[in-house]
Design a protein around this ligand. Structure first.
Ligand code: GRF
Length: 197
C-alpha cells in the first residue's frame, strides 16, 4: 500500500512510520509515497527529505478550507496514496476531503477520544492528574476526533509529575503504536469492516 503522511510540525510519528516501513514491522506492507505539511516551516519536511522521501508544503495559510483541500488533493493524487496518515496534522479537514478518501484516513490522538477531543491531550491528562491515559488511533469521520476507534493503548502516568514527563511517556507509546495499528489495518487484522465500503 502507498501511504501519504500529513504533518504540521516536528513529525516524530511520521519519522517512526518511515523507519518501520523501511526496516521494521511495516516492511513489505507499505511505503511512504509522500509527506505533506500545511506549514512550510515544519521540521518534519526536512526529516523526510533527508530520508529521500518526496516532502512538499501545501500551505493552508490564508486559504479557505475548500481551496486548501482542493490543492491538497491535487498534490496527493500525483502520488496515488491508498491511505492518508495524519501525524500531528493540525488542520481540521472538511467532508469534501474526507469523502474523497472515505475510511482511508487514519489519525493518532494523544488521549481517549471518548474522553477528550481537540488539541492538548497531554495537558488534559496532566492537569487532571490521571494515573493513566490512552492513545487512540481512529478513522476520520466528519467530526473532530469522533471517528471509529481502531485501537487504543494505555500509557502509565504514575509518578509522571511534570507535563514534559507525561508527553515523553505518551510519545514513546505513540511512536511504536501507530505503526502497529497501520500494520493491523493493512493485514486485515482489525476492523476490516470499517475500512471497506
Ligand atoms: C502527537 O502527540 C500526536 O498525537 C498529536 O500531535 C503530536 C504530533 O507530534 N496529534 P509529531 O509531529 O508526530 O512529533
Amino acid at each position: 500500500a502507498r501511504l501519504a503522511i500529513l504533518i504540521s510540525g516536528r513529525g516524530s510519528n511520521m519519522a517512526a512510520i518511515l523507519r518501520e516501513s523501511r526496516e521494521g514491522i511495516l516492511k513489505g506492507l507499505c511505503e511512504v509515497a509522500v509527506v505533506v505539511s500545511n506549514t512550510c516551516s515544519a521540521a518534519g519536511l526536512e526529516t523526510a527529505r533527508n530520508a529521500g522521501i518526496p516532502a512538499i508544503c501545501v500551505s493552508s495559510k490564508g486559504k479557505k478550507r475548500r481551496e486548501f483541500e482542493e490543492e491538497l488533493i491535487e498534490n496527493l493524487e500525483k502520488y496515488r496514496p491508498d491511505y492518508i496518515i495524519l501525524a500531528g496534522f493540525m488542520r481540521i479537514l472538511t467532508p469534501f476531503f474526507i469523502h474523497r478518501y472515505r475510511n482511508r484516513i487514519l489519525n493518532i490522538h494523544p488521549a481517549d477520544t471518548a474522553q477528550f477531543q481537540g488539541i492538548g491531550g497531554y495537558e488534559w491528562a496532566f492537569e487532571k492528574g490521571l494515573k493513566e491515559t490512552k492513545i487512540t488511533v481512529h478513522l476520520i469521520d466528519d467530526g473532530v476526533d469522533t471517528g471509529p476507534v481502531l485501537a487504543q493503548k494505555t500509557v502509565d502516568l504514575r509518578g509522571a509529575d511534570t507535563l514534559e514527563e507525561v508527553e515523553k511517556r505518551g510519545l514513546a507509546v505513540e511512536r511504536t503504536f501507530y505503526s502497529q495499528v497501520i500494520r493491523d489495518v493493512l493485514t486485515g487484522k482489525i476492523h476490516q469492516q470499517e475500512i471497506q465500503s
